[in-house]
Write a protein that binds this ligand. Structure first.
Ligand code: GTP
Ligand code: MG
Length: 325
């Protein structure tokens, strides 16, 4: 059995319909175009590889990742291989390049019998606050006691946005006492309250809009110092939220965050609105931080644990199917 068939058997067993639907746009660009190539070329040769390279680039995997993929193919695949075998190897290469031990640690580091702290960071508009709401809903469903902290004191309306979620989800929130209060002091209040009330999870919202990298670094350093002073091994997760629609551009902005603070995981949002599903591989290449959560829409249940096998299967599944696009 080829690599893809094994992957298929595994993934079809616990079929993820929502992911399948969400990745449809990307799949169209990716599988459909590669399939068109398969009709054009009877067997593998350099022209095939050159055209394949263009299709991979269009799926927003990032140039470096694409070159790593095509180099591996060039080394292994011999002239005369069937296109089907070549594509099977392509899927294996994509999986191997993503799947190093580090990226397998995609479970959130949440433990019982401690106050868990999750710090959300990312550029403005990436989906931090919305993701907090979805995460909160999931924790509530798991009977966890949640406290939200409105650490975004920069943007007018940010506190109110989180407050509305807190009311809707009926969880406690710590807000600034006055407009423009230092985020670190709001976070301090939140940690004290979280410890007093023995909550299971404190989720801290932060501002995305900071003028430059030095400011960002100072701000996050200060926040981290306060957190560590109150809860030594916290934050247990620093989740960097990246808007999937912005593709490469979003990644280079996100890089600023990963360079100034210890990011433990990526949340990839708005995957319902993009054909750039290859961005997952670009993140792997450029940030080398595991994607832990993926947002497939606006509903709380649309926030899912990221599963690379399901993801790659749903990206490539039509490559080997004659009928579907
Ligand atoms: N379709 C879709 N929209 C999303 C998703 N996540 C967030 N959004 C939308 O993206 C917009 C920005 O989301 P926010 O959660 O406010 O982003 P933020 O990072 O908190 O932004 P700032 O507070 O300005 O830094 C909102 O209109 C959300 O409804 C998603 O997974 N899918
Ligand atoms: Mg926000």
């Amino acid at each position: 059995m080829g690599f893809f068939q094994k992957l298929k058997a595994k993934c079809e067993e616990k079929k993820q319909i929502k992911l399948e639907n969400t990745l449809q746009k990307t799949r169209l660009v990716f599988s459909h175009n590669i399939k068109k190539l398969s009709h054009k070329y009877k067997e593998y040769d350099n022209h095939y590889l050159a055209e394949l390279e263009e299709i991979l680039i269009a799926s927003d995997m990032g140039m470096n990742m694409v070159l790593r993929i095509t180099n591996k193919i060039r080394k292994k695949v011999q002239k005369g291989w069937s296109i089907e075998d070549t594509n099977d190897y392509l899927v294996k290469v994509i999986m191997d390049l993503y799947n190093d031990p580090k990226s397998k640690q995609n479970e959130l580091n949440i433990k019982n019998n401690r106050v868990n702290v999750i710090l959300m960071v990312g550029v403005n508009g990436s989906g931090k606050t919305t993701t907090i709401a979805k995460l909160t809903k999931q924790f509530i469903d798991q009977k966890q006691k949640v406290l939200l902290v409105a650490g975004d004191t920069f943007r007018a309306g940010a506190v109110e946005q989180l407050n509305q979620w807190a009311e809707r989800l009926q969880v406690a929130i710590v807000k600034p006492l006055k407009e423009g209060q230092d985020p670190a002091s709001v976070i301090y209040d939140g940690l004290i309250k979280g410890k007093q009330h023995r909550v299971d999870v404190i989720i801290i919202d932060t501002a995305g809009r900071l003028q430059n990298k030095v400011n960002l670094m100072n701000e996050l350093n200060k926040i981290n110092r306060i957190i560590k002073r109150e809860i030594t091994d916290a934050p247990h997760e620093t989740l960097l939220v990246i808007d999937g629609v912005t593709g490469q551009n979003g990644i280079s902005q996100a890089k600023n965050f990963s360079e100034v603070t210890d990011v433990s995981g990526i949340v990839l949002t708005k995957m319902d609105g993009t054909a750039k599903g290859g961005v997952v591989l670009a993140i792997k290449e450029q940030l080398n931080i595991p994607v832990k959560l993926i947002c497939l829409g606006e509903q709380p249940t649309d926030l899912q644990e990221f599963d690379i096998e399901q993801y790659i299967y749903n990206l490539t599944k039509n490559l080997f199917n004659q009928n579907e696009t």
